[in-house]
Ligand binder design. Sequence first.
Ligand code: ADP
Ligand code: MG
Length: 523
Amino acid sequence: MGEKEILEDTTRTTGREALKKNVQAAIALSGAIRSTLGPKGLDKLLIDDDGRTLVTNDGVTVLETAKVEHPVAKMVIGASSLQDKIAKDGTTSTVILASEMLRNAWELVVQGIHPAVIGRGFRMAEQKVIKEIDNLSLEGNEKLFKKAVVSALSGKGHDSLKDIVSELSLKAVGMISNDGQKIDRSKIKIISQTGSSIKESEVVQGLVLAKKRITQSMPKNIENGSVLLVDGGIEHRSFSSDMKLNVSTPGVLESFRIKEREMLTRQVDKLKQLGINVIACKEGIDDGVKTELTKLGIQAFRRVARSDLDLLSKSCNATIVHDIMSATEESVGQCLSSSNKTLGGLEHWVVGAAGSGATIIIRGSTIDVVGEVERCFDDSLGVVCQMFEDGRLLPGGGATYVALARLLRRYAETIPDREQLAIEAYGDALEVIVRVLSENGGLDPIQSLLSVVSKQTTEDSNRFGINLYTGDIEDMVDSGVIEPLGIVRQAIIGATEASISILRIDDVLWAKQDIQIPELPGN
Ligand code: ADP
Ligand code: MG
C-alpha cells in the first residue's frame, strides 16, 4: 500500500506550513492568558457547559478549563500543567515564554535557519541559563520567604488575605518540614468551612477531619491509641432486593437474626482481642454495637470517606482492612492522640500521629470565597514547599529574565555558528515577561524593557526590574518582589522543552473527522 492510500483520510500539512500553524496555535494560546500575568493582571470569567462560573486569574486554571482542541496548543497546556504539578506557580509565565520562543524561532525560520539548528541553539541557551541562574540568586530568610509568598499571591485577592494565606502556609509547612528533606505536600490537608470570616482560618497540627464520634459517651480524647481502618462497616447485612429468605418453619427468621447478632459480637470481640481503641469505618456502624464499643472504651467513627481513610492510613501507618475479621496485628496503626475538638463551632476529629502532618482549616463567608482562598493556598503552599527545600530566591518583576537575556547575548557572541542567532532569539524571548508585566500595568512595554536593561547595565546589578505598584524601575529585592529559584528555573525549562518539541514537528496529519448527525426517532 502506498503512502497516498494510507493517508487518504487525513489532511496533511508539512514543513514550514506545519510549523507556521503550530506557532500560531501557541501564540493564540498565550494571547488568551497574557493579560492575567502579574499583580495587575486581569481576571477571567470562565463559564462551563452547565453555566457554572469561575473567576480566576490563574493561567493554568484558565487553560485547563478551556476546551482546546488543537494538539499543539494542548502540548503547551501540558507544559503549564506540568509546571503546576512540579512548582505550583509560574504557570502563566511558562506559556508566555514558550510561545515567545516559538515566535522568535519562526522569524529565524523565515530567514532560512533550519528548525533543527534553532532547537540546538535553544538547548545551548537553556544549559547556559541552568548554569548561571544560581549565581543570580540570594539566600532566603524568614522575612524574605514571607515576601516571596506575598509576591506569588500578587494579583490574587486583597492584601489582608495574602497576609493570612502566607502566614498559615509558612506555619503549616514548618510543621511538616524535616530539615532539608523533601517535603511531602500531601501531608498538608486542607478543609474548608463556610459561614465565618477568612480571618478565622487556622492551622492545626495533625490530621483534622470534619467528623464526630458516633456517640458522645465514647471517650473524647485517646492517647497512644491503636487504630483500625475498615473499608466496610459493622452492621447487619441489608437484604438486597433480589435476595429471598424462605421462611418454612416458625423461628427461622429469629435464628437468622441471632446468627447476625453473633457475627457482630464476634467482630467486637476481635476488636477487643486486637486492643483497638480507635476505629474508622467507611460504612455504617450498627446502633446495636454502639454500647459494646463504648464499654470497651473505643472511639468509633462511621461514614469516613475513602480518601480520608487513605490519609489516616498514611498518618498512623495502618493498613486498611476490608472487614474486621480479616484484621491482623499488622493492620493496626498507632496514633499519639485522637481527640474531638470544637473548631469554628463544629466538632472535628483531630488525629496526631507520627506521619499526620498538618491541616489548614479555611473559613470564609461563601463557597466562592472559600474556593478562591483554597486556590491561593494551592499557590502559596507550592511556593513555601519550594522554599523549604531550596531557600534560594530570585529578584522578580522581570529582573531575572532580563539579567539572563543580557547574559545570553554575551554568550551568543562566543558561538561562531548559526546557533548564535538562536541563542539571541532565546534571550529576547525571556524578555517577554517584563514586556507583558508592563503592558498589563498600563505602561509602555518597550520603554519599560529598555529602562530595565539600561538600569541593570549602568548599575551593574541584576536586581533591577519593574515594580508595578509604583511603576518604577527598582531593586526588586529591596521592593520585596522576589520568587523562589526553583519556580523560575522550572518555568524556563518547561517552556524550552515545549518549544523544542514543537519545532521538531514538520508534518501534521489530521484524521478527517466524519461528523455524523444523529438520527432522531420519529424523523
Ligand atoms: P504565573 O502564573 O506565571 O505565576 P502570575 O500572574 O503569578 O503568573 O505573575 C507572576 C509574575 O509577576 C512574576 O514574574 C513576578 O515577578 C511578577 N510580579 C509579582 N509582583 C510584582 C510586582 N509588584 N511588580 C512587578 N512584577 C511583579
Ligand atoms: Mg504566580
